[in-house]
Design a binder for this molecule. Structure first.
Ligand code: NAP
Length: 151
């Protein structure tokens, strides 16, 4: 995905047009959730990489007329779960619906597409929380609670 995106960007920049859609997963945002269906550290970690990578590529190529999206579906009705050997989810979206959402999101200029998410302001609030953590945490001083050793 990383190399393919780089190759696509290099080919698209001279033409000032093109679109890239990388497929991540809603599980990219699942690190704080307790979900017992299957172990997902590697899968969710890789998907989180795709989300961060793709959003930053979108920023970097914004002025070159290239549209970039990361699509983050929840469960989808494919062979994925059988192939991975994990339990099938109780309910799943059709692949056709995921593609419809992704293409409409591309037209709307959404960089992060979550096909089942009714309220897209959740994504804005997630990004706001990230910027707040960056702003508050990036200081030369130790935070108060680390100034004295515990115990
Ligand atoms: N299904 C879900 O619930 C779900 C939810 C969120 C995100 N996703 C993401 O959606 C994407 C598609 O998954 P899916 O649900 O469509 O899974 P899938 O039904 O298992 O299909 C995976 C596809 O990827 C191809 N593939 C696997 N390894 C490959 C490789 N090394 N090089 C080229 N092609 C390769 C397979 O080709 P062959 O058939 O030839 O092996 C197959 O066509 C994945 O990135 C997955 O993480 C899926």
């Amino acid at each position: 995905m990383t190399h393919l995106t780089g190759a696509a960007v290099r080919a698209m920049v001279p033409n000032h047009r093109g679109a890239i859609i990388n497929v991540a997963s809603l599980l990219a945002f699942s690190e704080s959730a307790v979900l017992s269906r299957f172990n997902r550290a590697t899968y969710a970690g890789c998907k989180a990489f795709i989300v961060t990578f793709t959003q930053l590529v979108a920023q970097e190529v914004h002025d070159h007329g290239i549209r970039v999206q990361v699509c983050c579906p929840g469960a989808v009705e494919t062979e994925f779960h059988d192939v991975a050997g994990v339990p099938n989810p109780p309910a799943a979206m059709s692949p056709e619906a995921v593609v419809t959402a992704s293409l409409r999101a591309l037209d709307a200029g959404e960089v992060v597409c979550v096909p089942g998410l009714e309220d897209p302001s959740v994504i804005d609030r997630y990004h706001q929380a990230q910027r707040e953590m960056l702003r508050q945490g990036n200081r030369p001083e130790l935070a108060e609670r680390y100034r004295v050793a515990a115990g």
